[in-house]
Every structure is written in C-alpha cells, then in structure tokens.
Design a protein around this ligand. Structure first.
Ligand SMILES: CC(=O)N[C@H]1[C@@H](OP(=O)(O)OP(=O)(O)OC[C@H]2O[C@@H](n3ccc(=O)[nH]c3=O)[C@H](O)[C@@H]2O)O[C@H](CO)[C@@H](O)[C@@H]1O
Ligand SMILES: C=C(OP(=O)(O)O)C(=O)O
Length: 427
C-alpha cells in the first residue's frame, strides 16, 4: 500500500491552487438523478470519493462522462446523464465505504417514487445516524420501512407531497437529502433550522439552475415550491474551504508565506478568524488568500459548531498546528463524539495533548519528531501531514487512501510550495 514520506523542516512559500470542494461535489452529483437531461459539473476534484460516487451513479443506470482531464490539470468536467434509472438501490458495499452515498436516498425517491438504500452505520469519527434524514423525508410524504440493514422508502402515488419539518439539531446531510427530495414534490416544503453550510448554498444554487424554486438560500429556513420536473444544467463546484484551511495550517506551522488561489473568502470566516487569532497574517483578495506565519503561533480556544461556526472538518488540522503554539490551546469537538483519533498518533511524534471527553488540551512543544504514523480518517490523516512538515527527520504516513478521498494530488501541491514530500509504494 502507498505511503507518504515527509522530511520536515522546510518553510512553505509560493502559490497553491485550491480544488473544487469534495463535500459540495458529493451533494451536487446526486442532483443528476433528479432529471433525465444531462448535468455537467465543472471544477470537480479528482478524488477517490468522486470516482466512487460516479460508480454508484452508474449502478443506478446513469452514465458519467469525463472531459478535459489532462493529467497535469486540477479538476475535471463530468457530465452525468440519468436518462432512465435502471435501479433504485444503493447497496451496502458502496454505502459502507462512502458515507455520502446516503445522499442518493432523497433524489432516487423523488425521481422513481421508491428507493432502497443501505444504512451507513458508524465510522472512525463516530456514530453517523440518519434518523433525521428519515424524519425529514417522512414529513414530506415518504413512507419508510427498515429491514436487513436497508431503508426502503416510497412516495404514495409515485410523488412526494411536500410538508413542513423543523430539524431538532442542525444536520448537513439530512438538509441536503430533504432539499433534493422536495424540489419535485407536488406541494410546497418548509425546512426550519436547516444547515447553512456553503456546500448547501452550492447545492441549492445548482438545483435552481436546474429549474427548482427555492427561497431562503443560505438561511436557516428554506422554502421550496415543488416543480413538476427539473432540467439539465452546467454548474461549477465551489472551491474547497476545508482543503484551503488545511493548507493554511500547513503554511502557518512551517513559518511560511503561501497564497491560496481559486478560493472565496466568504465561506472561510471562522477558519480565517482562528488563524488571525493565532497570530497568522491573513490577506484576502477577490479569489486569493495569503497566509503569512508569525514568529511564534499563539494558542487558541476553539469549539466546533455548524456553519458559520468553526468546522469540525478543520479541528484535526488546527490541533496539529497548535502543537507548535506558545502555550496551551483548548479544543472542544461538539459534532462527533470520537473525532480525536489523531491524538495518539500526534503524541507519537512528540505532541503533548490531553483528551477529556469532548475537550482536548494541546500544550505547545518546542519540537516534533518524525515517526511512522497512520490515521483512521481523512482530516486526522491531514493533521499528521501538517505535523510531519515541521517534525525533525522523516514522517511516514500510511493508510493514505483516506487522504485520496479528500485532497487532490496533495504531495504535488505541497512539493510545489517547498515541502519535501513524496508518495512511495511498497514495491
Ligand atoms: C453540522 C456539521 O458540522 N456537520 C458536519 C458533518 O456532516 P454530516 O452530514 O455527516 O453530519 P450531520 O451534519 O448530519 O451531523 C450533525 C450532528 O447531527 C447528528 N445527526 C445527524 C444526522 C441524523 O440523522 N441524526 C443525528 O443525530 C450527528 O451525529 C452529528 O452530531 O460531517 C461532515 C463531514 O465531516 C462535515 O462536513 C459537516 O460539516
Ligand atoms: C469526514 C469527512 O467526510 P465524510 O463525511 O465523507 O466521511 C470530511 O470531509 O471531513
């Protein structure tokens, strides 16, 4: 299996392009199920999860065609055409590998009037329940049954009715599922306490480009007027705010000065505020963000929260960065109960981190030391890369298939700004 080798100590500097967002791509791709016309997605990142989602769409009977994929280019253009669905089932083997697969439930149900999707179960970062996806779909007219690890959903008379649902807690995935299901319902839908993540704004904008009628985009109340059918569209995936934040942490820990390109600043508020508080100089222009590290990073007090709060997907990367801050930082994870799997691995590199329940206290250290490490999830793996960039000697990160799910050509982007990093195979 491939590993990544990093020899720490290089200061990062230069320009680093940001790819399309994984978490937007994986909610835009299922929109193609809602129409028999083609949906063309631009700026789609080259990621294992995007390929996996394409495979799932193929299983449902949709075709996927990739254009403009010169190997030296970042991003791709994919045209998905679901002329006819030949299956309404997302099987266990695909769903268990890629949690975003649950996002086909709403669109298949809306299009075919029935859907059968495997329950995702938990994963390395904690329990990943879908009860809110199901309650929201029920509120707009779905009938649900659970058996043998699958949820079977149907729309009486072949079409969902629409309805009102108030989320008891903010859920990104459940908001996405119910929005996609509601756009072609026979009546109106009102979703209260909806998630406001920028990826949901991207989803709504794509659906509007396909003919959906949605009011309140970007707010916690979404009002959807069902339309009889959607049409095809061409849509560009938003830039990846989590990838951008990850590279900002990488630049900051190395004492570097890096300009991130192809990234908007509106969706990065909490991350940029935290970087500034840590003493990082952040300069924003239209589509670029320059981050310049201070001599010494200041410690932070961070609590993860739904948008516009500090993203759970940035917690591990900030934790790695704060290992080199002057003093003690406190991080509190409120979204997932088990998202500290990187702590023991960072500790093997010399980090001083104490976890009590949902809170981690990170005491800055003078020195991190390279070691063989591995992580059990995507952002945890990125935190080890960030630590490796300043660790003395060599860090060897294994199980890098996690990184390939969410970072397009990571080692290429980091080498281009001066990191000593390479991917090696076993052979
Ligand atoms: C609000 C939030 O930060 N969501 C994150 C979550 O989205 P993802 O869509 O995976 O998870 P949700 O936003 O749905 O989960 C938010 C919270 O609601 C709970 N829950 C969720 C669904 C459900 O049916 N029942 C239920 O109880 C979850 O356990 C969690 O505590 O993980 C993604 C991948 O790391 C991140 O990109 C999202 O930013
Ligand atoms: C955990 C993540 O993704 P997923 O929900 O696809 O596992 C992530 O993007 O950090």
């Amino acid at each position: 299996m491939d590993r990544i080798l990093i020899r720490g100590g290089n200061r990062l500097s230069g320009t680093l392009p940001i790819s399309g967002a994984k978490n937007a791509a994986l909610t835009l791709m299922p929109c193609a199920i809602l129409t028999d016309e083609p949906l063309t997605l631009r700026n789609l990142p080259r990621l294992a999860d995007v390929d996996g989602f394409g495979h799932l769409l193929n299983q449902l009977g949709a075709s996927t065609r990739i254009e403009g994929s010169r190997p030296d280019e970042f991003g791709r253009v994919m045209t998905i055409r679901a002329g006819q669905l030949t299956s309404a089932e997302a099987p266990y083997d695909i769903v268990r590998k890629m949690r975003a697969s649950i996002l086909v439930l709403g669109p298949i149900l809306a299009r075919a009037g029935e859907a059968r999707v495997s329950l995702p179960g938990g994963c390395a970062i904690g329990n990943r329940p879908i009860d809110l996806h199901l309650k929201a779909l029920e509120a707009i007219g779905a009938k649900l049954e659970m058996s043998a690890g699958y949820v079977t959903a149907s729309a009486p008379g072949g079409r969902l009715s629409g309805g009102v649902y108030r989320f008891p807690v903010v859920s990104v995935g459940a908001t996405e599922n119910v929005v996609m299901a509601a756009v072609t319902a026979s009546g109106p839908t009102r979703i209260e306490n909806a998630a406001r993540e920028p990826e949901i704004v991207d989803l709504c904008r794509c659906l509007v480009a396909m003919g959906a009628q949605i009011q309140g985009i970007g707010t916690e109340t979404l009002e959807i007027e069902g339309v009889s059918e959607l049409h095809g569209a061409t849509y560009s995936v938003m830039p990846d705010r989590i990838e951008a934040g990850s590279y900002a942490c990488a630049a900051a820990i190395t004492g570097g000065d890096v300009t991130l390109t192809n990234i908007g600043t509106d969706e990065m508020g909490a991350t940029l505020a935290a970087l500034r508080e840590a003493g990082v100089e952040v300069e924003t222009a239209r589509n670029t963000i320059r981050v310049a590290a201070p001599n010494k990073l200041r410690p932070l007090n961070i609590t993860t929260a739904p948008f516009p709060g500090f993203a759970t997907d940035m917690q591990a990367q900030f934790m790695a960065m704060l290992c080199k801050a002057e003093g003690a930082s406190v991080l509190t994870e409120t979204i997932f109960e088990n998202r500290y799997m990187h702590v023991p691995e960072l500790a093997r590199m010399g980090a001083d981190i104490q976890v009590r329940g949902r809170t981690a206290v990170v005491q800055g250290v003078d020195r991190l030391v390279g070691a063989p490490v591995m992580a059990t999830d995507l952002r945890a793996s990125m935190s080890l890369i960030i630590a490796g960039l300043v660790a003395d000697g060599e860090t060897q990160v294994s199980r890098i298939y996690h990184l390939d799910r969410g970072y397009e050509r990571l080692e290429e982007k980091l080498s281009a700004v001066g990191a000593d990093i390479e991917r090696v195979g076993d052979g």
